[in-house]
Write a protein that binds this ligand. Structure first.
Ligand code: CA
Length: 240
C-alpha cells in the first residue's frame, strides 16, 4: 500500500515515514503543497496523510484541488490546529479523517488501516480467500490457522492481491504500490515475489493466477472462475 506523506516538518516526516515503512507501507514524502499537488496529479496512492500548514500552497487547497479532480483517495489530515472549525473545515473539504498533533502513532496506524479497509470496501479486519486469511489489525497471514511466514515484500504483494480479491491486479500497479520512486526496483521483481508466494501457498486453498498481459488474480482453488468472491464453494445443484 502506497502512502503520500505531506508534511513540511522534516524530522517529523522522516520519523513518520520510517515508522510507516516498518509497517510495510511504501511511503513517499512531499514537503510543500505544490509538490504534493503535482504528485497527486501524476501518481496513484492508496492513502494521503496531509498536514494543513504547508509552505506555498496550504493543505486545504491541495485537498480542494484533489477532490475537484474527482480523486477519491482517502485523506487523513494531520495538523497542529486543534480548533473545531479547522476540523470541520477539513472534513467538509473532503478529508476522511482528522488527527491533531501531537498524536499517538498506534492510533494513527489504526486509523490508516480503517481508511484502507473502507476504501477497499472491507469492514471486517479479517480478510479471507479460502483457508488463507489476513488479520489486517495484526498484519498476520495464516493458512488454516497456521501462521504463514512471509518476507515484507511477499507480504505486501499478497496483501494487495487479497485486498483486491477477485480483481485482476496489473504488475505495474503492484510495482507502483510496492516501490517508491527512490527504490529503483524493476517491475520484473514482482514476478519473483509471485513465484515465491505460489510456493508458500502450495497446500492452501488460495492460488495466484497469471492472466497474460493483464496481471495477477488471487482466488480460492475450490471456486470456479467467476466465483472467486465466494468464501465457500456454492452448494452442489442436485438432481443432475
Ligand atoms: Ca506544517
Amino acid at each position: 500500500m502506497r502512502i503520500l506523506l505531506v508534511e513540511d516538518n522534516r524530522p517529523l516526516s522522516e520519523w513518520l515515514s520510517r515508522t510507516l515503512e516498518q509497517e510495510r507501507y511504501g511511503v513517499e514524502c512531499a514537503f510543500d503543497g505544490a509538490d504534493a499537488d503535482y504528485r497527486l496529479q501524476t501518481q496513484t496512492y492508496d492513502l494521503v496523510i496531509l498536514d494543513l500548514g504547508l509552505p506555498g500552497m496550504p493543505g486545504e487547497e491541495v485537498l480542494r484541488r484533489l477532490r475537484a479532480r474527482n480523486n477519491n483517495v482517502p485523506v487523513l489530515i494531520l495538523t497542529a490546529s486543534t480548533s473545531l472549525s479547522a476540523r470541520v473545515g477539513g472534513l467538509d473539504t473532503g478529508a476522511d479523517d482528522y488527527m491533531a498533533k501531537p498524536f499517538d502513532v498506534a492510533e494513527l496506524e489504526a486509523r490508516i488501516r480503517v481508511l484502507l479497509r473502507r476504501s477497499a470496501n472491507h469492514k471486517n479486519p479479517i480478510l479471507q480467500c479460502g483457508d488463507l486469511s489476513l488479520n489486517s489489525n495484526t498484519g498476520v497471514f495464516s493458512v488454516a490457522g497456521t501462521v504463514l511466514a512471509l518476507t515484507p515484500r511477499e507480504h505486501s504483494v499478497l496483501e494487495i492481491l487479497l485486498m483486491k480479491l477477485g480483481k485482476t491486479v496489473s504488475k505495474a500497479s503492484l510495482a507502483e504500490s510496492l516501490f517508491t520512486v527512490s527504490d529503483n526496483a524493476s517491475a520484473d521483481a514482482i514476478e519473483i515475489y509471485v513465484h515465491r508466494l505460489r510456493k508458500k501457498l502450495e497446500g492452501s486453498d488460495a492460488s495466484i493466477t497469471t492472466l497474460r498481459g493483464l496481471g495477477y488474480l488471487l482466488q480460492a482453488r475450490s471456486s470456479a472462475p467467476g466465483q472467486a468472491f465466494s468464501p465457500r464453494p456454492n452448494p452442489p445443484v442436485g438432481g443432475v
